[in-house]
Structure formats: C-alpha cells, structure tokens
Design a protein around this ligand. Sequence first.
Ligand code: NAD
Length: 463
Amino acid sequence: MSVDERLVQTIVQKVMANMQITGEVTGMHGVFKDMNDAIAASIEAQKKVRLMTLDQREKIISVIREKVHRNAELLANMGVNETGMGNVGDKILKHHLTAEKTPGTEDISTIAWSGDRGLTLVEMGPFGVIGAITPATNPSETVICNCIGMLAGGNTVVFNPHPNAKKTTIFTINMINEASLEAGGPDNIAVTVEEPTLDSSAVMMKHPAIHLLVATGGPGVVTAVLSSGKRAIGAGAGNPPVLVDETADLRKAAQDIINGCTFDNNLPCIAEKEIVAVDSIADELMHYIIAENGGYLADKEVIQRLADTVLTPKGTLNRQCVGRSAKDLLAMVGVEAGADVRCIVFEGEKEHPLISEELMMPILGMVRVKDFHEGVETALWLEHGNRHSAHIHSKNVDHITEYAKALDTAILVKNGPSYAALGFGGEGYCTFTIASRTGEGLTSAQTFTKRRRCTMSDSLCIR
Ligand code: NAD
C-alpha cells in the first residue's frame, strides 16, 4: 500500500467510524431522521430551484463534477468498505466517468413549430420533487448520476438508498448539497434519511408531493414503484449474455469479455454474465481467455463447491459473495489462486444455476451452441426477458442485426467490452440508471422532465 493509499484508507475509516459512533449523522446536509421531514425540505428546495436559470443549475452541476473528481478515491473506498463489494480501482474510474460524462442542462432541449398560425414550443419542464431508490452495487455512482440529471431537469430529489450503503450515500448527498451552497444554490437539493427502510420507502412512494419515482435495483423494487399508482421509471435487473460467432476476432473478444466481466468485480448490471459461443470457435475463445486474460478454468468439483457457496439452498444469491474478486471466491472454496487470476470460467448447460442466475461476481460460464441461430435462441433464453443488455462479437452485419432485433435490449455492445455502453471507451454519455423495464433506456436529464406545450396563436412567427 502506498503512502497515498494509506492516507485515503485512514480518512475513510475516520469518516465511517464517526458515523458509527454518533449513531446518527448530524451536521450532514440533506440528512433527516424522518422521511416526511426530508420530503418537506425537498419541497422547500424545489421552490428555489424552480426559480433558477439554466445557467445557475449548470453552475451547481459543475461544482458537483469538481467535487466528484476530487473525492473519487474516497467515495470508491467508502463504497467498497461499507458494502464489501467491488474493487477500489474500478470504482475510482466509475466516479470520474460520472463526473465527466453525465449530461447536464445541455440535455434539455426545445422542439418548435412556427408558421402562419403562430409559434408552438414543446419544452422540458421539471416534475418537481422526485423519489429515487438506489442500489448497493453502485451506491454513490447512482446518486451522482441521478442528482446531476434531475437537477439539470429542474428537480430536487429524495433518496431512499439501500440500507447496506447508507453511509456512502449520506456522504455523497452531503457533498452534493455542499456543491449547491458553494455555487450559490439552496441546501437540500438532494435529501435522505439516516435509516432508510422499506417503511421510509413506502412513505416516499405514497407522498402526494412526489409525482415521479425512479427505482434502480432488482425486480422487487421495480415492481414496487410500478405498483405505486404514480409515474415510475424502472431500472431493473439484467443477465447480459455475450454471443461470439465464427466471424469474431477471438483474441480481442476474449480480452473485451474478461475486461467487461471483471470491471468492478462484475457489479454493473450491464456486465457480461455468461458467454454463448459457437462450437467451431468455442475452444479457441476459451484458450485466449485462459492463456492471455487471467481466466481460471474451474473443474466440475470446484464449480459444484462454488454453486453451493454463492447460492443459498433456496437458489437465491449469497450476498457475501456478490461483487467479490475471483481470487476471494476461489479462496472461499479452498482454492488458492495466483494474483493473475481475474475470472472463473467453465463450460456448462444454459440451465446451470451459475449461468442462468444474475450472479454479479466474476464467474463466467460458457454455453456451447452448434451455430449462430441456436446462439440467438440461447442468449434470448438467458436474458430472461429483462430486455436490459446483451453483447455480441461478430464481423457479420446480418448476424449482429438479427441478434439485436431478437434480444431487443436497452443496451447492445458490438465488438467491445460492456462498459463501452456507459461511455467508458465508447461514444455516448454515462448513467448508472438504465431504465430497462420501462423503456427509457439510459436515463439523462431529459428523462426526468415532462413535456409541456406552449402555443402562441397567430403571432411570433417572423419568417
Ligand atoms: P436490490 O433490489 O436488493 O435493492 C435495490 C434498492 O431497492 C435498495 O435501495 C433496496 O433497499 C430497495 N428495495 C428492494 N426491494 C424493495 C421493495 N419491495 N420496496 C422498496 N424498496 C425496495 O438490488 P441491489 O442488490 O442493491 O442491486 C443489484 C440489482 O440491481 C441487480 O439486479 C442489478 O441488475 C440491478 N441494477 C440495475 C441497474 C439498472 O440501471 N438497470 C443498475 C444497478 C443495479
């Protein structure tokens, strides 16, 4: 550990310990004991944000970006320390990515029609106070993306974060409010409660002042917001397959797949969760994965021990294993792996639980198929109708097109690692809220606005 790393660790431990000792987080901006008080503060902040110009919103956003860059290491350490998931190096990159590539007010645009009968505009206006539920897997990253996009859209936001990530979330929300105050904006542009629970979440979902709910998490929470009777954006679970056909650049495919799969120990919902490989190239692909990319080929016995460890007898995920490294997972089943091991790989049937379940850990099963068409059917089955993410390595445009149409997902990465879809080594903007279930796709400021038509009859057309 370098001197800098030790310093960050010491700061993280102090921040976390301080939160533990007091049992509450007094002195933090935007943090309340009671959800109703948090919402009341958000309503007050919303009245001020509503009067702000786009330029003023953008000023706050630029201070948020600066603070995220400056605190990336601290936030990454806090997330890993608190949740026990992911790895610090990749989380640092994720924070810089959110600061750089989450769209701000430039994402808000106006549609206009002008002609003989006047001028009509469609403008993107705020919903007001938004209720957001965030996951343990990307806790601060999701809060940062949501805050930038929601504020750019003119909203304030109430968070009910995952209880296992509450300290990291509270720290992030405090930082967001400090940014607002520094830029001359109001306090409480983002708020939360000290102890987020299902009850506080229910209060938030039912509150009459909240007109839009945004849930980022597994199937349970998305179903909960969609059953609320309110407008809801659901960014739900995935199980992204990556299909490799006989035309792919296999050496590059192996590298991209392992890079994507192991990023932050496989926590991102878009990350490669299983390979579907055409028989004629499957062995060569596996060779590159093992020989050049830190793949550990697990035998049947190790795979059985892993299945018994990472899944409970009921078939649900053992949370202790989610987001852990391949080395840690192997150690849990008595295998000592070298530092170069990045991913556990094996070949199996699509029904194997380590292949069909969304594991969120670097265990990558490969399903062998006789040809591309069987590959599409297999990938479709493995994606479980989430319509979330799927990836492909192929040089055949017809294959790519057929796969994209069949899988019908919010994200489809071709010939690259999955994280290219988040703008990391790929074009486009970043978000950690991918609205797969409700169809908005990669959310941004405009997703958090409502369309308002403003018509001037018979005037203001100056053509
Ligand atoms: P999780 O579903 O356990 O929790 C997510 C959030 O929902 C937490 O804040 C939790 O407290 C809350 N929650 C859960 N059930 C609820 C209910 N019935 N009512 C109200 N709130 C409820 O998920 P997690 O382990 O934190 O995150 C991993 C899951 O989230 C994976 O399935 C992953 O694919 C998904 N995810 C999706 C996206 C996306 O953008 N689509 C992003 C990140 C994570």
